[in-house]
Structures are given as structure tokens and as C-alpha cells.
Write a protein that binds this ligand. Structure first.
Ligand SMILES: Nc1ncnc2c1ncn2[C@@H]1O[C@H](COP(=O)(O)OP(=O)(O)O)[C@@H](O)[C@H]1O
Ligand SMILES: [Mg+2]
Length: 425
């Protein structure tokens, strides 16, 4: 089979790495890819949002199966375009991807179908939104309705912060039309966890639970990022809790989508808060997470390609996933200044020292090549990932590996995995 992967991050590098191991696959293209991906796939210079360009490429090269990484092309309808042209593609269509594309859609769906989530109100008027918060309890959460590259949510501790965020989104339009409407919702406290599952609209096959780390600094301090690290499995998410999540959240949401005539096929990603009254949904994503994918795929024993195909052709009921023993951890090395302004173009050294190691995987994200050298080209630069016989072991390996890699101003969290280790000891 010829495969096309769309995207250029660590998630897509992990997908390419895993797919390259499938005996079903002869050739992998990635658009646009990155230097890490270029070691295992042919990168083609077409951006992920150029749907017509991607379609024409897949048609011309006789690509058998396309896999979409990021949310923007899904929400824009790339799956519909490929299917209309008789090409096989993995991911939800436009009507289904709205579950990520509009947070108001997702919240309204959950309310209508009794799926546990925070209390909320929707506003399209600044004055009414501000009037509402003048009598609200704090902290509260404000969310832009549309896609905002993971930056459209603020946990507001005071009324001043909330008023300013409402002005930023609705008056100054920092997220453009994605902020025409907002959600103001109840603050939930608890432990955050991500559950991803394959679904073909009938059958649900959940993946191992993942602990993401959104905040930029150790101890979950500082502003939120695209994700600074992850590990799997998550010992606190017991089998019993996993069953409850499947029964109370995953099954109902897939049924709800079907009943709304929005058959969902692809990865459904539930961002959850495990509260004292049980798991509640923070949001749904319509794709693999980043860096969740990195830790999940190095732990996955099963060939990924049949799973992706079965999801796409509604044959998931025959599929099972086997996992490697132990645990995996991914630590993101980021550019100085990220998630705010950062410099690009700094040389990265030491990568060659980690080549060929059995249990360490370097997934590229914001990198590019200049004069034959790998340089930084984004906020999240590398996802250093390791496997181990348990989380502690994987943690030691990952932090040893990181010592070998250098670029000016590189920063990373030093506490990925620590929560589990300290709770156990
Ligand atoms: N109701 C809530 N209570 C507490 N924290 C929340 C709530 N909603 C979102 N958050 C926090 O904000 C982060 C981002 O929110 P989310 O809904 O996942 O949007 P996005 O990933 O699109 O930015 C979450 O990972 C979580 O840490
Ligand atoms: Mg999220």
C-alpha cells in the first residue's frame, strides 16, 4: 500500500514511524512533513490546509490510504473531498469533525444526550457575557467557540481577568471569527486525563489512558501550551474507571452523533476531568493528540494500519489492540520563550548520539534543515520519548537521553511522570 500522512508535527512523525513497520506498507508520503519524518517517508511540499493540492497529489500518485493528523483540514472537510473523489482517507467528515470545530456544538450535544460535562452558558453578546460573570463564582472558564490552536481557553481567577479575556476574544477578535461566540463554564477540579478511541460509528476500541501535561512549567505552573509531555498508562485510571468512561461518555457520544445524522469514523479523543463525582468531559477532539500519539504508538504492539483501515471501512468489531508491557513517556523540548514569542533557526546538536537505541525515540516537531544541519523551526521542537518496564524506568531513560541534545535556550519540564512515581512511593 501507498500511504499519505498529512501534517508536520511530532504526532505525524510517530504515525509515520509506526506505519513504516507495517508489512502492508510499501511507500509513505508525508505532506508537508519534517526532517525526522524525511528519514522514513518522502516529504512533499504541500501544506496541510491545501485540500485540493493534497487530493490531486493522492490521486496522481495512486495513494491507497491517507491519514490526517491535524484538526484544521478535518474541520474544513478534507475527508468529504477525498471520499467524493473515491479516495480512502482516515478521519471524521466535516459534519462529524464539528465536535472539535465548535465547542458550542459539543457542549449542546452533551447536554442534550446526558453526557457528563461542566455547566455552561453560550454568549454572542459582550454585554450579556459581562453581565453574567458579574454574578458568577470564580474561578470560571471562558472558551472561544471555534478552533484556536489550543489557545482559546482561559481559566479566569478574577472578574478583571474574565472581562479582559472577553474583550480579547469578542471585541479584539484575537482568534478571528472563532471568537464570535463564547462559552462561559463552571470550573471543574480534579485530575485531567485523555482517553482516545478508534470508532467506526458502531464499535469503539479505546486506547490506553494518557496523562498529558499542558502547562509550560513544572508543577503545572505557567500558561498552557500545545502539550509539554505525556505518559501512558495512567495507574490512577483503573480498569473500573475506564469502563465507566466508555459506558457513560464514549458510547453515548458516538450514538448521539449517529442519531444527529453525523456518523463518526476516526479517532475520538475525550479530554476529561476526573472529579469527585466522576469523569466529566472538558472537550472532544476529532484526531490523534500530540504528544499523546507519541507515547501510545511506541507502546502499541499491534500493527496500526489494519486498525486505521477497519475504522475507515466500518469493520472495527473484528479488531483488537495489543500493548507492550511497561510504560512510555514523552518529554517535549521547546524553544526559549515558548508558548510566547520564540526565536527559530538555532542549531540542534547531539541527535546522532541517540540513533539506534532500542527504547528511545526522537520525534521531530518544529525542526527544519539549513545547510545540511537540523535547526529549530517551531515552539515545540522535539518529543523525546522512551519506553521502560514501568513509568519510573521510562522516566530515567527519557531524562538521560535528553542530556545528549542541545540547542540554545532549550527548555523542558523535569517532572513528566513524577506524579505517578511520588504517589506510589
Ligand atoms: N471546565 C473546566 N474546568 C477546569 N479546567 C478546564 C475546564 N475546561 C478546560 N479546562 C482547562 O483548560 C484546558 C484547555 O481546555 P480545552 O477545553 O481542552 O480546550 P483546548 O484544548 O481547545 O484549548 C484543559 O486542558 C483544562 O486544563
Ligand atoms: Mg484540550
Amino acid at each position: 500500500m501507498k500511504i499519505l500522512i498529512i501534517g508536520n508535527g511530532g504526532r505525524e512523525h510517530a504515525l509515520a514511524w509506526k506505519i513504516a513497520q507495517s508489512p502492508l506498507v510499501k511507500k509513505i508520503y508525508c505532506a508537508p512533513g519534517n526532517p525526522g519524518i524525511a528519514e522514513i517517508a518522502e516529504c512533499v511540499d504541500i501544506e496541510a490546509d491545501n485540500i485540493e493540492g493534497l487530493y490531486n497529489f493522492a490521486l496522481k500518485q495512486k495513494v491507497d490510504f491517507t491519514i490526517v493528523g491535524p484538526e484544521d483540514p478535518l474541520v474544513a472537510g478534507i475527508v468529504d473531498r477525498f471520499r467524493d473523489g473515491n479516495l480512502v482517507i482516515f478521519g471524521p467528515n466535516k459534519r462529524a469533525a464539528i465536535i472539535e470545530g465548535s465547542k458550542i456544538f459539543a457542549k449542546t450535544l452533551m447536554k442534550k444526550h446526558g453526557i457528563p460535562t461542566a455547566e455552561f452558558k453560550v454568549f454572542d453578546d459582550i454585554k450579556l457575557a459581562k453581565k453574567h460573570i458579574s454574578t458568577s463564582d470564580f474561578p470560571l472558564i471562558i472558551k472561544a467557540d471555534g478552533l484556536a490552536k489550543g489557545k482559546g481557553v482561559s481559566v479566569c481567577k478574577t472578574i478583571d481577568e474574565a472581562n479582559k479575556y472577553i474583550d480579547d476574544i469578542m471585541r479584539d477578535k484575537i482568534f478571528g471569527p472563532a471568537g464570535d461566540k463564547i462559552i462561559i463554564e463552571e470550573f471543574l477540579s480534579g485530575k485531567e486525563v485523555s482517553i482516545l478511541a478508534f470508532t467506526d460509528g458502531k464499535t469503539i476500541v479505546p486506547l490506553s489512558p494518557v496523562q498529558d501535561h499542558k502547562a509550560v512549567n513544572d508543577g503545572d505552573k505557567g500558561p498552557n501550551t500545545g502539550g509539554m509531555g505525556a505518559y501512558t498508562p495512567v495507574p490512577q485510571i483503573t480498569l473500573e474507571l475506564q469502563c465507566a468512561i466508555e459506558e457513560d461518555i464514549l458510547v453515548p457520544v458516538i450514538h448521539a452523533m449517529k442519531r444527529e445524522n453525523r456518523l463518526y469514523r476516526g479517532i475520538i479523543y475525550a479530554g476529561l476531568m476526573i472529579t469527585s463525582t466522576g469523569p466529566k468531559v472538558l472537550e472532544f477532539n476529532a484526531r490523534f493528540g500530540d504528544p499523546e500519539t507519541q507515547v501510545l504508538l511506541v507502546q502499541m504492539k499491534t500493527d496500526l494500519v489494519p486498525l486505521l483501515l477497519a475504522t475507515t471501512t466500518s469493520k472495527l468489531e473484528d479488531e483488537k489492540i495489543e500493548w507492550n508491557n511497561g510504560a512510555s513517556i514523552c518529554v517535549i523540548m521547546a524553544s526559549k520563550g515558548y508558548p510566547d514569542k520564540y526565536e527559530k533557526g538555532l542549531e540542534i546538536s547531539g541527535l546522532e548520539k541517540l540513533k539506534g537505541l532500542d527504547d528511545v525515540y526522537i520525534f521531530h516537531a518544529g525542526t527544519t534543515i539549513r545547510d545540511g544541519k537540523i535547526i529549530t523551526n517551531g515552539g515545540r521542537v522535539l518529543g523525546v520519548t522512551a519506553r521502560g518496564k514501568n513509568i519510573q524506568n521510562a522516566q530515567e531513560t527519557v531524562y538521560d537521553a535528553i542530556q545528549n541534545i542541545n540547542f540554545e535556550g532549550a527548555h523542558y519540564r523535569r517532572d513528566i511522570g513524577a506524579k505517578v512515581i511520588y504517589q506510589k512511593s
